[in-house]
Write a new protein. Structure first.
Ligand SMILES: Cc1cc2nc3c(=O)[nH]c(=O)nc-3n(C[C@H](O)[C@H](O)[C@H](O)COP(=O)(O)O)c2cc1C
Length: 207
């Protein structure tokens, strides 16, 4: 599928086929493709819970204001921003850059110091913002990765983060950013036309 076509075709699906499941191999391929998303200093702060069991979907649904698509979709990706992404991922990221000849070890150490400045201390607002910002970009990539495998999606911000964290026993270092329901459109439903988008003239200013 062409990229332009994928952007035009992506819709938030409200009615999923409850019988048709995404197989595990496809889920892994989708996540691998999604992981090519860009991130600040390539620090990849996202963590994902892929909820597929009926029991866990019920738990998630109650934390998501009982939105039916949570249990009707084949899988729901819970996207989390990990506030400790710097400490966890910087060595792997810079190590890879050294290995691939982008920089030597000394330069990597300088870069590590700069990264801490740019991303702030573990409890800083900078850290929090970066975790959410980069995980959101991963979310968009995940929706297109799904489409590349013929899987439809629906992003959701409508959930109670406190309840979600409590129900899934998540640490305070993980911020729930977004849910993405994924699966196949119910054969009994057809999509209504896409709701109006603002035009570039409404939101763009050329300077
Ligand atoms: C961050 C985010 C949060 C959203 N939260 C919800 C939600 O909780 N429930 C819902 O039904 N739709 C939710 N949506 C879907 C939007 O309503 C939908 O994207 C919008 O109406 C445009 O429709 P389209 O995606 O089909 O183009 C959300 C979308 C985004 C990007």
């Amino acid at each position: 599928m062409e990229l332009k076509q994928a952007i035009e075709q992506r819709r938030s699906i409200n009615f999923f086929d409850t019988e048709k499941k995404i197989d595990t191999d496809t889920i892994n391929k989708i996540l691998e493709l999604a992981s090519l998303a860009p991130s600040s200093m390539n620090l990849q702060p996202w963590k994902v819970l892929t909820v597929v069991s009926d029991e866990k979907k019920e738990l998630l649904k109650s934390a998501a204001f009982n939105q039916p698509k949570v249990t009707e979709a084949s899988a729901v990706f819970v996207l989390l921003g990990d506030l400790d992404y710097m400490e966890k991922n910087i060595d792997a990221t810079l190590g890879s850059m050294v290995e691939l000849g982008y920089m030597d070890k000394d330069a990597a150490e300088v870069m590590a110091g700069k990264a801490l400045g740019a991303h702030g201390a573990p409890d800083s607002e900078k850290r929090y913002k970066n975790a959410i910002l980069n995980t959101s970009i991963f979310g968009m990539n995940l929706m297109y990765a799904c489409l590349a495998y013929g899987v439809e999606t629906h992003p959701m911000g409508g959930f109670d983060p406190k309840e979600l964290k409590a129900k899934f026993g998540l640490s305070n270092r993980l911020i729930p950013v977004m849910l993405i329901a994924a699966g196949y459109l119910s054969p009994e439903k057809t999509l209504k036309p896409r709701v109006k988008r603002l035009l570039p003239k409404d939101f763009n200013h050329i300077l």
